[in-house]
Design a protein around this ligand. Sequence first.
Ligand SMILES: O=C(O)c1ccccc1NCC(=O)[C@H](O)[C@H](O)COP(=O)(O)O
Length: 258
Amino acid sequence: MTILDTIMTHKRGEVAARKARTSDADLAARIAAAGAPRGFRAALDARAGHALIAEVKKASPSKGLIRPDFDPPAHARAYQAGGAACLSVLTDEHFFQGADDYLVAARAAVTLPVIRKDFMADPWQAAESRAIGADAILLIVAALDDGPLAEIEAAALELGMDCLVEVHDEAGLERALRLRSRLIGCNNRDLRDFSVDVSRSYRLKALAPADCTFVAESGLNSRADLDAMAAHGVHCFLIGESLMRQDDVETATRALVG
Ligand SMILES: O=C(O)c1ccccc1NCC(=O)[C@H](O)[C@H](O)COP(=O)(O)O
């Protein structure tokens, strides 16, 4: 059993409990009050140079606590001032010490589009994500069969959100391309043993169709890492830990993409 299997098993139980305590009317009212999505993929595509999705990440299963003085709105403002194109906010509570409220607070502090970084198991979570203001959701291909993937994607697109479709290998990319979204993320982290291999992004970028916005995710630390990615045609990056460990998050962000 991999960590992803463990997370998804836990998530299905969590979602069932959330669904049971949330009325459809309440969810619909919160979606209506959420305002229009900010255009996540469009914000990446609009950047001429390196386009950064900067992650608000308190902890992770591989590293434990990353940021003791965790302050989502302050980190969000620092990321925006430093030149990030979008934000990612981890909302999973059990494995990442995240919270829906972190996304709400971070998004309210900036004008950037925000992806809800969580583990989607059910189309209902697309509606729940929009209700807390998310502009995009993550779909992890390795976590779901094709049917549920397409159903969750359809629910998200219907609500005007983008889907970042995350893959780890060639087979995953092939399945991702059966979906409608053309926003593809390659996670460099192996979710079986947490090892990171950035050459995965190099390989999969070469196989992705030209109409895809391609995002390299995980294990990126420096401007040199991003420049090496750019040499392989990768211009969009999702970075969490290395920025969250900095005392001055704004300066560190600017050093990456400024
Ligand atoms: O970060 C983990 O340990 C992790 C473990 C299991 C599933 C997912 C995990 N991370 C989610 C992410 O995709 C990363 O937070 C994101 O790509 C940023 O990575 P990093 O810059 O290495 O923090």
